[in-house]
Write a protein that binds this ligand. Sequence first.
Ligand code: ZN
Ligand code: ZN
Length: 180
Amino acid sequence: MYDIMLGRDIGDQIKFLSIDTHQARHPWPPETIVSAGKGVVVQRHPKPGEPRTHTTFFMEIYPPGAAFIRSEGQTPAECEDSAWAQYQHALDCTDGTGRHDWESRGYRNGAGFCSRCNTFDPQVFTGEQLGQHCRVCQTGTTCHWETDEATGQVSFLCADHCPPLEGLASNPMTARSPDP
Ligand SMILES: [Zn+2]
Ligand SMILES: [Zn+2]
């Protein structure tokens, strides 16, 4: 496996930051890319009696033949088991081809979910596939959209015609000349 944070091949020794190295329990393919650590999860709506925050081990994995996987667990082993189960589920779904049955579920930023195994991928759809075209130049876009409050109509803008981000307007690299 290749650790994206350490920037090197780690074999089957998964390094969770701040704790000892965890020996992988499952036969991940060598080309699997991983990033693992320990972090704080904030619950937006904790149930009564539940703490608002808890620490968890987490793994983010890009395995061959499946999309991005994220898992959490109380221990590195639990975390890895969860990731492995998701990976097997995804491989079963695609027969190893990597092809899921993507649906956008209303997302306009190009993200997709598999209708069969629920795998999430932040970049599946193009603007053309979603039927989203820049209102200035008609290029397909997942970059920017806005809703007309009066009509409820949604319109789209490509990267070239996006309004400049707050605070970047004075940057000559991002300043835009007005459209002709
Ligand atoms: Zn799937
Ligand atoms: Zn445009």
